[in-house]
Design a protein around this ligand. Structure first.
Ligand SMILES: [Zn+2]
Length: 177
């Protein structure tokens, strides 16, 4: 960042007194800009042995397939955010079973929380954010056209757990080497 969000003055990177990390500090008014990771919330919607994916209608990764998810908004619980994002991207009212997956992605300052959620057949449709929305069996999933690294990990785990008949909470750190 170059300019202060409070007064528009120029900022410099420095370690504020009593802190131990560099922050953008305003040269003019002294305001300290803290930057912290963002929460991304979403669902893994399923119907029997099929999962719901949406083809992204917006950047980034336009045209690739993903699970419905997006940034948590102020004032929302994780679950409310997951339901809202699912509605915005698939026009569906899913029923949440349980919190299923947490991904830590420290390099991009994000963590993902995915809920496993059931969905009725034909209860979804494309939206302004999704070009297509559809249910896929394991063999039908467009594995080569998935938008983000967390998507195939969550999907493969889902099918393993489906085989076992139980879906314990999972967490994984996605660290780029
Ligand atoms: Zn300022």
């Amino acid at each position: 960042m170059n300019f202060c969000t409070q007064c528009g003055g120029p900022v410099s990177k420095k370690i504020p007194q009593g802190d131990n990390r560099e922050r953008y500090v305003c040269n003019n008014c002294g305001y300290i800009h803290y930057q912290n990771p963002n929460a991304v919330v979403g669902t893994l919607p399923y119907c029997g042995d099929k999962v719901l994916l949406c083809k992204r209608g917006i950047e980034p990764r336009l045209g690739l397939w993903t699970l419905p998810a997006g940034f948590l908004e102020m004032g929302e619980t994780l679950q409310e955010g997951a339901l809202r994002e699912t509605k915005e991207e698939t026009n569906s009212q899913v029923k949440i079973d349980n919190m299923y997956f947490m991904f830590d992605i420290p390099q991009i300052g994000q963590f993902y929380v995915l809920y496993k959620a059931s969905i009725e057949e034909n209860s979804y449709s494309p939206t302004s954010e999704s070009l297509e929305v559809d249910l896929f069996s394991f063999d039908e999933i467009p594995w080569e056209e998935l938008a983000f690294p967390f998507v195939p990990i969550a999907l493969k785990q889902f099918y393993e757990d489906l085989e076992e008949g139980s879906f314990p909470f999972r967490k994984k750190e996605l660290i780029k080497k």
